[in-house]
Design a protein around this ligand. Structure first.
Ligand code: FAD
Ligand code: GLY
Length: 381
């Protein structure tokens, strides 16, 4: 139990990449007493399971507010990686070889043509490659290839190193870390935040940030109402092969799957998209599908040793966009959840935007489209 009632200036609930990035940004903006409350251990959920791709161009279907947010966050990464290395000595392995997106069928070819056209029109860096050019860059790619795109600015980080760096950084900044502390409810009096009730006692604060990933809908308020933002867990299974020498250098997508070569010789292959509640099991069907999609990209994956596998829960809102910012109906309540497939990519910018809104009282125009207000953030009292 906590010794007496604790208090803080800001409480961040959830120690995944999003909660950690927000806590660090708050400390950098001079908020002295930040408490980060994590149910188990830091960064052990979706942020640990992720593939670490920073790939807005490879994943986007069009230029909308989400694409703008994602590109802006990707562009923060070089400075973010440098700062974290200087602060902590940990290299998050920002690997800038780039990303390939492959076409194996006529439909895939239409898909890459569409992507190439809208991205060129939007003035983005994208290269169209013939099958021979792509296979020249990555000889492991299947001979069935029909064509490819290369996104030189879509890169990757080692997300587990990112968690280690952020965890070290927040400790160094003097953030109060409460791990093994489950937040049972958010204490709201009238329409004003008072703090949180945890399994280790209450913590009082005028500002609470909800960064609880796929578990966000399970949080209650003190009057037993559930909070108004709905977030659903979406399972993603991953396989990890050993590839020494490295089979590839680019992150490689097809419309059905992806492979991610790590600097240490691991080759990740993903993933599935499954709405099965809070179940994090690997399944035969998942392993079969991921393997088939990886083999379609690079047949040589078939002879690599399979050394690890895991599944994680992506946090998904009703419109699949993250929910970031203040809840107008409850003073002091902020959200940073629902980052779905792109939480690693969006972490640096989410941290900045939430910290900015808390410290200045103003929301940057970039987050308007992601406000909790779009889910009619009312009725928590
Ligand atoms: P989490 O990392 O899940 O953290 C939430 C934390 O809140 C957890 O530690 C949990 O214990 C804690 N918590 C929950 N409830 C409570 C409570 N009541 N009290 C206290 N603590 C609580 N994103 C990318 O950008 N690039 C990728 O390549 C990529 N690949 C992915 C591949 C897979 C297979 C998966 C599953 C996800 C992938 N993602 C990727 C998505 C990314 O992992 C997530 O969007 C991101 O990790 C979400 O971070 P988070 O901090 O919101 O959630
Ligand atoms: N962004 C990759 C995934 O969620 O699987």
């Amino acid at each position: 139990m906590l010794k007496g009632a604790e208090s803080a200036d800001v409480i961040v609930i959830g120690g995944g990449v999003i909660g950690l990035a927000i806590a660090r940004s708050l400390a950098l903006r001079g908020i002295r007493r930040v408490a980060l409350i994590e149910r188990a251990t830091l960064g052990a959920e979706a942020s640990h399971a992720a593939a670490g791709m920073l790939a807005p161009q490879a994943e986007a279907d069009g230029a909308d507010a989400f694409f703008e947010l994602a590109c802006a966050s990707r562009d923060l990464y070089p400075a973010f990686a440098d700062e974290l290395r200087e602060e902590t000595g940990i290299d998050i392995e920002l690997e800038r070889t780039g990303t390939l997106y492959l076409a194996f069928t006529e439909r895939d070819e239409e898909e890459i043509e569409h992507r190439y056209n809208w991205q060129r029109r939007a003035g983005l860096f994208v290269e169209r490659l013939s099958a021979d050019e792509a296979r020249h860059l990555e000889p492991c790619i299947s001979e069935e290839l029909r064509g490819a795109l290369r996104f030189p600015l879509d890169v990757q980080v080692e997300n587990r190193r990112l968690i280690a760096a952020l965890s070290t950084s927040v400790k160094q900044h003097g953030i109060r870390l409460l791990t093994d502390a489950h937040v049972k409810s958010i204490i709201i009096e009238g329409r004003v935040i008072e703090g949180v009730e945890t399994s280790r006692g209450n913590v009082h604060a005028p500002v609470v940030v909800v960064a609880t990933g796929a578990w966000t809908s399970l949080l209650a308020s003190s009057n037993n109402n559930s909070l108004p933002v709905h977030v659903e867990p979406v399972r993603g299974q991953m396989l990890c092969f050993e590839s020494n020498p490295r089979l590839a250098r680019h992150v490689i997508y097809s419309p059905r799957g992806y492979i991610v070569p790590r600097l240490d010789g691991r080759l990740l292959a993903g993933s599935t998209t499954e709405r099965v509640g809070f179940n994090k099991c690997m399944t035969g069907e998942g392993v079969h599908a991921i393997t088939a999609h990886a083999l379609e990209i690079a047949p040589a994956v078939g002879s690599l040793p399979l050394v690890d596998s895991w599944a994680g829960l992506r946090p998904c809102t009703e419109d699949e966009w993250p929910v970031i910012g203040a809840c107008a109906e409850t003073r002091g309540l902020f959200y940073a959840a629902g980052h779905y497939r792109n939480g690693i990519l969006l972490a640096p910018l989410t941290g900045e935007l939430v910290a900015e809104q808390i410290t200045t009282g103003k929301a940057a125009p970039l987050i308007n489209a992601f406000s909790p207000e779009r889910f009619q953030c009312v009725g928590v009292n």
